[in-house]
Ligand binder design. Structure first.
Ligand code: HMH
Length: 210
């Protein structure tokens, strides 16, 4: 089993994780500001949780295939991303000191749970998390200039290369995994995809409430 099979075997789930009216509205420039701002503040919280998960994953990543260097580089990038979110929030006069929405809390719970799953499953989950964002933001590309820097953040060649590196590390781990670990990897892939969909849904509905 390889990472690409996970996407091919779950086309509907993956489509929902990576295509959403939120992203269409970003592309068209019709996203209501409250929806975008809600996404930004909740994604900042998510990125903080991701940093925690990824730090602990690095501690159990094997040296083979350059996986440690790849993941350590990713960790530096996630920390820098927190600073970038802080800067974007300042520019938009937003506070990042907001309560966690239940969906962001559920995603944080999954990240915490991933600390207890096998290495192949945890690496597969991290790959799915980043791969979902790459595809999702690609679907918002070539649109409204107001949001271009957000689209670019997750569609640069560097980010693409990072996602490919995560895929290589996950495939290498899956190639060595036993049946139970493969099953666990399939399960966490599904959970990541479901929470990615819920995250867009959460952000988009925040616009309707305003
Ligand atoms: C919800 N998924 C979510 N937020 C992100 N920033 C990423 C993935 C990519 O890091």
């Amino acid at each position: 089993m390889e990472t690409k099979n996970l996407i091919h075997q779950n086309p509907g789930t993956w489509q929902e994780a990576t295509r959403h009216p939120f992203l269409d509205a970003v592309r068209e420039g019709t996203i209501p500001a409250p929806a975008f701002d809600a996404w930004l503040a909740q994604d900042y919280l998510f990125a903080g949780d991701l940093l925690t998960f990824q730090s602990r994953l690095l501690a159990r990543t094997p040296r083979r295939d350059g996986a440690q260097a790849m993941l350590a580089g990713g960790l530096v990038a996630v920390e820098a991303e927190l600073g970038w979110f802080e800067e974007k929030a300042r520019e938009r006069s937003l506070t990042l000191d907001v309560p966690r929405h239940p969906t962001a809390a559920a995603y944080g719970d999954l990240l915490a749970e991933l600390e207890g799953v096998s290495y192949p499953a945890a690496m597969t989950a991290l790959w799915a998390i980043e791969r979902a964002y790459l595809e999702a933001w690609r679907s918002a590309a070539s649109g409204d200039p107001d949001y271009r820097e957000f689209v670019e953040h997750w569609t640069t060649p560097e980010f693409e290369e990072y996602v490919a590196g995560l895929g290589t590390a996950a495939d290498s781990a899956l190639a060595r995994a036993g049946g139970a670990e493969i099953e666990e990897s399939e399960r966490v892939f599904g959970e990541v995809a479901r929470l990615e969909r819920d995250f867009w849904e959460m952000s988009f509905s925040a616009g309707g409430e305003a």
